[in-house]
Design a protein around this ligand. Structure first.
Ligand code: DGJ
Length: 729
């Protein structure tokens, strides 16, 4: 049994981990433990750290020393003696914010329910177990339902919270974080994935010390700057050893994740929707569903933690036809033409792409009414036949004659001032009364919290999808939210706009998913500005960054890989010198780095030399042969992002096949040669090793490859790369 309710102890077990809670004598739900499997033991001693003599606070005299201020609580509310970050803050009808949550009941659910309007892990193979725990305010009938699902194989605990108002009056929620974990320990490092446009998800590791550390976004989207995935780990944690637990919020809007050390040397972790600019009114009988957090724990370092996330995302977050299937190898025209194209030019690129083995042509920004640059037309989702030189379906059928599928770019959430949609509905823009509204990339954001706006955009997108044979959408979003005000909501409910915006986006994505099951959506937000588990539920791949320089992509893809599987990372071979960095790199390195992602092309192929075209032909063939290994195998980071060379490896689940890639970051002058050790192989097996297509004469044992390593002589100078294949004999 992965979940058990035994008297006052609730335990969730996965293959290698245990999560445990207990109802204490005050009726609080105490957090006992999250860590390596306890195999039936009970961590009851940990619940007792809540007994405190230094100025304890208590409502009744009999438990005067059990203080909510230091008690390890599973979920707590503001106003009743817990001075750490409290996940819940409620304003009741009388204006008071005092709330004290006590345990009511815990029950097993028959299956994991969907979360209303929100993405969440699904239990497609019916193997998980779910428990729902009800807490209630001591005085008023405000109920908090905590839901936990144990995914045994993947070592994952998914957690969410629903608030129900039965107080008989209106209430306002001012903070509803999803998760709260009180640890007995406090000597932790906190890892966040920081960045900016063109430099997303760079790993940043900080010691908790005595302070509070936060990773957050208040930009309306999960953002380039922070990512809603963080790791808390022991100070000695490495790739292959040490304790670490991860938390990924399945949400694409404002978020916060923080860790604080308490006065008595314990620590609290919380994560959820950012409480700033958030409030939500609930009438009597209404409920509020907060998004899910995916937790996982590993006592074997980051590598195992990442494998858990890759497995759960592939098997229980992705949905639909493309969940685990081979993804299209596409040619996208953005870096080839930007806004300057005609159907003839696109067709010429498509012909070359077909020669090198691409199977899908994606027409990026610029195909709709009057769109010649980035200052007009967003919101007018009608084909600009004059610019193209023909109807869209004529271009699509010509591309179809090449044996290729067709994809199209949309930016459904944004609008240009110079657009028919804006002229007809200026009130559909997020804009505060009597203020001009701030432009971002010369555009405004549509009020996706307004269902009428969502309906209109769906109608326009459907019109295009119904009348053209389109099998892929690139869903872009090129700015952050400012002027967050909706004309569809009254003045006292403007705190709901941020969250309702995200719900509106999810609603539109879900309608496209349901109505067009053959269409693969790739998410994008000025590169990787909304790369999160919320978006991946609807769009199982996301453009990782607009920085396509392979040398910069090394750190971006390295950081991204801690949570997100390679199959989700949009990555293309682009021109050299690179458009963003002006750096020149060998074509093989561009291809090797793109292969640690969805692989595709984004350059004007008509300008390449015959030799480069031939290289790309064989690279595509190589990718196709190894696509299953790359997509579904286990991913190993063989170096960290500050090494002289960066290396990674894919190993098939049965360990019969593996592929490693090494990229030289800085030239090795008079420095020791690389001896690269590999991981994840079968130590008892013998492997045939091929380096850049040259088969080694001798066979190597798994042990030799993992413990001694291979001397690598195929790279020396900056940005060279090499590929090593392993085949079990
Ligand atoms: C930003 C995206 O990241 C690019 O790939 C491209 O689609 C442009 N937007 C188009 O405007």
């Amino acid at each position: 049994m992965s979940v058990s309710i035994n008297e006052n102890i609730i335990t969730l077990n996965t293959k290698n981990t245990t999560y445990q809670m207990a109802v204490n004598e005050n009726g609080y739900l105490a957090h006992l433990y999250y860590g390596a499997a306890l195999n039936g033991a009970v961590a009851i001693e940990r619940g007792k750290v809540g007994y405190h003599t230094g100025l304890p606070l208590a409502y009744d005299s009999k438990s005067r020393e059990l203080s909510p201020d230091v008690c390890p609580l599973e979920y707590s509310a503001y106003g009743s003696g817990d001075f750490r970050t409290t996940p819940l803050k409620v304003c009741f009808a009388d204006g008071s914010s005092v709330c004290e949550l006590r345990f009511v009941k815990a029950e097993m659910l028959a299956s994991k329910p969907e979360l209303s309007g929100l993405p969440a892990l699904h239990d497609s193979d019916n193997k998980s177990q779910t428990v729902e725990i009800c807490l209630k305010d001591k005085i008023l009938d405000l109920r908090v339902y905590l839901m936990y699902t144990a995914f045994e194989e993947e070592d994952v605990i998914a957690r969410s919270v629903r608030i129900e108002n039965h107080t008989g009056k209106d209430i306002v929620l001012e903070s509803v974080l999803t998760t709260c974990i009180d640890n007995y320990e406090d000597e932790f490092d906190f890892i966040a994935f920081k960045g900016r446009p063109h430099f997303e998800r760079h790993l940043s590791r900080t010691s908790l010390g005595d302070l509070k550390i936060t990773s957050e976004s208040k930009r309306g989207s999960s953002s380039h700057q922070d990512n809603p995935f963080v790791i808390v780990c022991s100070k000695d944690c490495t790739e292959t050893a040490g304790d670490c637990f991860g938390s990924a919020l399945v949400y694409s809007g404002n978020f916060t994740a923080s860790m604080e050390k308490t006065q008595i040397g314990t620590s609290r972790f919380v994560m959820g929707i950012h409480p700033e600019n958030f409030s939500f009114k609930l009438k009597n009988g209404q409920s509020f569903q907060a998004p899910e957090v995916i937790h996982s724990f590993s006592s074997k370092g980051f590598e195992k933690l990442s494998h858990n996330y890759h497995n759960i995302i592939r098997n229980h977050l992705f949905r639909g036809k493309y969940a685990l299937a081979q993804r299209p190898i596409l040619i996208n025209n953005w870096e080839a033409t930007y806004f300057n194209f005609t159907a003839d030019k696109l067709l010429a690129i498509a012909k070359e792409a077909q020669r090198i083995g691409a199977d899908t042509f994606v027409l990026d920004d610029g195909w709709f009414l009057g769109r010649k640059g980035d200052n007009s037309s967003l919101g007018d989702w009608f084909v600009d036949e004059e610019k193209l030189g023909c109807p869209l379906n004529v271009l699509i059928s010509k591309i179809g004659e090449l044996g290729m599928k067709f994809g199209l770019w949309f930016e459904p959430e944004c609008i240009s001032e110079n657009s028919n949609l804006y002229r007809a509905h200026p009130e559909w823009v997020l804009q505060a009364p009597a203020r001009p509204g701030m432009l971002g990339r010369k555009q405004w954001v549509l009020d996706m919290s307004n269902p009428k706006v969502v309906d209109k955009i769906f109608e326009m997108m459907s019109n295009i999808l119904d009348n053209n044979n389109i099998e892929y959408i690139k869903w872009d979003f090129n700015r952050y939210l400012t002027d967050v005000y909706s004309t569809a909501l009254p003045a006292n409910r403007q705190g709901e706009v941020h969250h309702r915006y995200v719900l509106g986006v999810y609603n539109l994505l879900e309608r496209i998913n349901k109505n067009y099951p053959n269409v693969l959506i790739e998410g994008c937000a000025s590169g990787g500005g909304r790369f999160d588990c919320g978006m991946l539920y609807y769009s199982p791949q996301f453009w990782a960054s607009d920085n396509t320089d392979p040398m910069d992509r090394l750190a971006i893809q390295y950081g991204t890989s801690f949570c997100y599987p390679v199959i989700s990372m949009g990555s293309h071979v682009t021109a050299s010198p690179n458009h963003v960095t002006k750096r020149a790199t060998p074509i093989k390195t561009r291809s090797n780095v793109a292969m640690a992602g969805t692989f595709g092309f984004e350059l004007d192929l008509t300008t390449l030399t015959g030799a480069d075209i031939e290289t790309l032909c064989s690279e595509t063939e190589f990718y196709k042969r190894n696509s299953e290994l790359i997509r579904l195998g286990d991913y190993y980071r063989l170096t960290n992002d500050s090494s002289r060379h960066i290396a990674w490896q894919f190993v098939s689940k049965d360990k019969s096949q593996a592929l490693a890639v090494l990229v030289q970051k800085t030239t090795r002058v008079n420095y020791k040669p690389i001896i690269q050790k590999f991981r994840g192989l079968d130590s008892n097996a013998k492997y045939c090793v091929t380096i850049d297509g040259e088969k080694c004469e001798q066979l190597y044992s798994g042990t030799a490859l993992m413990e001694v390593g291979l001397g690598i002589r195929t790279i020396k100078y900056e940005s060279e790369s090499t590929r090593i294949e392993f085949q079990k004999v």
